[in-house]
Write a protein of this length. Structure first.
Length: 88
């Protein structure tokens, strides 16, 4: 759902875990952005865009070479990121 392609149940779980309340009139995209910022704050942005995207995708932290690392998802994410001029 939305540009972040997040499932509502996952977002609500992250909202509870990070003690974030939706704001009156807030867009879906902005709410998801605030949740992602909270997740990144826990890691000090050390994980990088790909690891954060994989966290969002898997629901837990992982890393390249680990059994649950989704290499197909990682490739698609990096390709999409490159398309918009971002960096991993």
């Amino acid at each position: 759902m939305g540009r972040w392609q997040v499932h509502p149940d996952r977002l609500f779980s992250e909202l509870r875990e990070n003690r974030i309340e939706p704001q009156l009139g807030e867009t879906w995209d902005h709410l998801v952005y605030r949740v992602l910022r909270a997740i990144w704050a826990h890691t000090g942005l050390q994980e990088g865009a790909l690891s954060c995207a994989m966290y969002w995708h898997l629901g837990h932290w992982s890393g390249p070479g680990k059994p649950d690392w989704d290499i197909t998802y990682a490739g698609k994410f990096l390709e999409a990121l490159e398309t918009v001029g971002g960096t991993p």
